[in-house]
Design a protein around this ligand. Structure first.
Ligand code: SF4
Ligand code: SF4
Ligand code: FES
Length: 580
């Protein structure tokens, strides 16, 4: 592997590594605009010029690969002078409208100007004017004057989505980004172009003029838009989520996320109910806990716990589901029927989007050790039709049905003796028909774990305190179980995780042991079978050999008789003793 010296620091890198990447490995950041680690390198901005000993000119570090023994300087006077000149060139026609630009605070041009240029413009002529606030797609606005023509957005649409909507038009200082005729920037990942744009030339309509970025606090979280579980930065201000941005994770989403998932953050604040309710009236948690316990107790006394349906939500975290399991085993005597609801399937593709629009169906499988005991939403409707269910305790308001099927479900709910809704959203009529409504908080208001489609458990963090009187589902289950005389004592999330992990580890160990035993049994059976077959084959061979020997001796005897007969016939043959 090549050894490179960057600013006096020796580093060994893989063959094919660019100078920019080698410098990063040696601990030196090289400024860049057009380079993006997930895209090809056109080397068109020249911001990454570095000095290589033996080379006459400065070289773009993003494009040139290292050689063994290469000596690189990224902070020499020559390099700094080049950076300053490149910035001055890029800023010749730039409007420098940072005070009203959404990118201000996270703009690379701004940062590099302060780091390497920091001089007044020498431009005295009128600047070249281009389009401002140009609607390049339904979710994105383009500002031609801020664009530094790095082509990252164009390469994203060519190399990542393969949709190729964008190109450069015109020449020289009139060059701008545009869509091809008849197209608009409207692919399922179009908002990633805003992320890759190093300046404020592409801005999201959703986020434009909403919040200055330096006011945002960023929390590491996970998208709940589908079972892919893309990693996100959840940016919030004053207890309100302002946007999602993709968080790099090569195991899951790389640098990207889909537009649909990116905009799901709005559901954190829409359609919420924030106070416990009993028959439509707001009450306290103290009062409602006993009411739920009494009402569930009456249904159990009258019809047994098997007349209750506990509906699990694939939107809930593993910790919530684990407490739902303990609640089922204790307060509902392990007899209540289990079902699962959740969003209906939607669009999927080969990049990230998955058809299951729920983040934690695999979490239900993990916590409940499979789905064998859990009925589908259709099963629930069928059991309601058969009148075997008297009470429904439902997590979440996401139903995988619409229109008539939804109305039919609502009709069933109206006829129930008890409908307890433990959810974040009102779900429209669902809240209206709930005898008891328990406000759960969103994933932004708590910590937890989702298991994605690949079986990867991913933690999400709490961004701010629960809104209103809402609380995490796991705390609600604990509270109701306690009122029903069952103590589920967890104070902190990590205690649940330890128990859950213990259960999972024990289960995995038991499964591993059973697997090894089954393998051993199968091996022994196979060996016994092979031995039996070998013996049978030997016996058959012995029998065949004997049969052949008998046949041969019969043939010898008969030819001896023939010879004797012949000899006695012509008087020439010797007399032979008879064959034994
Ligand atoms: S719009 Fe942004 S990403 Fe696209 S070429 Fe211009 S500066 Fe680069
Ligand atoms: S692919 Fe799924 S998890 Fe990823 S951003 Fe889109 S909706 Fe969210
Ligand atoms: S980052 Fe190297 S030329 Fe643009």
């Amino acid at each position: 592997m090549p050894m490179v010296t960057v600013n006096g620091v020796e580093v060994e890198v893989d063959r094919g590594t660019s100078i920019l990447q080698a410098a990063a490995q040696a601990g030196f950041a090289v400024p860049h605009f057009c380079y993006h680690p997930a895209l090809s390198s056109p080397a068109n901005c020249r911001m990454c010029l570095v000095e290589v000993e033996g080379a006459r000119k400065l070289l773009p570090g993003c494009y040139n690969e290292v050689n063994d023994g290469m000596i690189v300087h990224t902070e020499s006077e020559r390099v700094h002078h080049a950076r300053k000149a490149v910035l001055e060139f890029i800023l010749v026609n730039h409007p420098v409208d940072c005070p009203i630009c959404d990118k201000a605070g996270e703009c690379k041009l701004q940062d590099y100007y302060f780091a390497y240029d920091a001089q007044e413009s020498r431009m005295r002529a009128e600047k070249q004017h281009k389009v401002k606030a140009y609607p390049i797609g339904p979710k994105i606005v383009y500002d031609g004057e801020r664009c530094i023509l790095c082509t990252r957005c164009i390469r994203f649409c060519e190399e990542i989505t393969g949709t190729s909507e964008l190109t450069l038009i015109d020449r020289g200082d009139k060059t701008e980004v545009r869509t091809f005729p008849g197209m608009e920037l409207d692919n399922d990942y179009s908002l990633c172009t805003v992320d890759v744009c190093p300046v404020g030339a592409l801005t999201s309509r959703d986020f434009r003029f909403k919040c200055r970025v330096w006011l945002l606090t960023s929390t590491e979280s996970v998208c709940t838009g589908c079972e892919m579980g893309c990693n996100v930065h959840l940016d919030h201000f004053r207890n309100e989520v302002q946007r999602y941005r993709p968080r790099y994770n090569p195991e899951v989403n790389d640098y990207w996320m889909c537009d649909e998932g990116r905009l799901t953050y709005t559901s954190i604040h829409e359609d919420r109910f924030l106070q416990p309710m009993s028959n439509g009236a707001e009450v306290t948690w103290h009062a409602i806990g006993q009411t739920v316990a009494d009402k569930l107790g009456r249904v159990i006394d009258a019809h047994g716990a098997s007349s209750i349906a506990l509906v699990l939500s694939p939107q809930a975290s593993c910790e919530d589901l684990y407490l739902a399991k303990l609640f089922h085993e204790s307060a509902l005597a392990g007899e209540a029927n289990l079902y699962v609801n959740g969003h209906a399937p939607g669009k999927e593709d080969e990049l990230l989007m998955r058809a299951d629009k729920n983040p934690n169906r695999r979490g239900i499988e993990a916590v409940w050790a499979g789905m064998e005991t859990i009925g589908s939403f259709d099963n629930l409707v069928a059991d309601l039709d058969n009148n075997t269910i008297k009470a429904v305790y439902m997590m979440g308001t996401e139903l995988p049905v619409a229109d008539e099927a939804r109305e039919a479900f609502i009709k069933h709910i109206e006829e129930l003796e008890l409908f307890v809704l433990q959810a974040m959203h009102t779900g429209g009529e669902l809240l209206e028909h709930a005898h008891i409504a328990l406000p759960a908080c969103s994933h932004a208001e708590k910590e937890g774990t989702f298991v994605n489609v690949e079986g990867l458990a991913q933690a999400f963090n709490q961004a701010f305190a629960p809104h209103g009187d809402s609380m995490p589902d796991w705390q609600i289950f604990m509270r109701i179980a306690r009122k029903m005389g069952h103590t589920l004592s967890f104070t902190f999330l990590h205690q649940i995780q330890e128990k859950m992990f213990e259960a999972t580890v024990l289960k995995q160990e038991a499964e591993e042991k059973a697997r090894q035993e089954a393998e051993e049994k199968a091996r022994q059976e196979a060996e016994a079978k092979a031995e039996a077959e070998r013996l049978a084959a030997e016996e058959a061979a012995a029998a065949e050999a004997k049969a052949q020997a008998d046949e041969a001796s019969d043939e010898d005897a008969s030819s001896a008789d023939d010879a004797a007969e012949e000899e006695s016939g012509d008087g020439e043959a010797d007399e032979q003793p008879p064959a034994e």
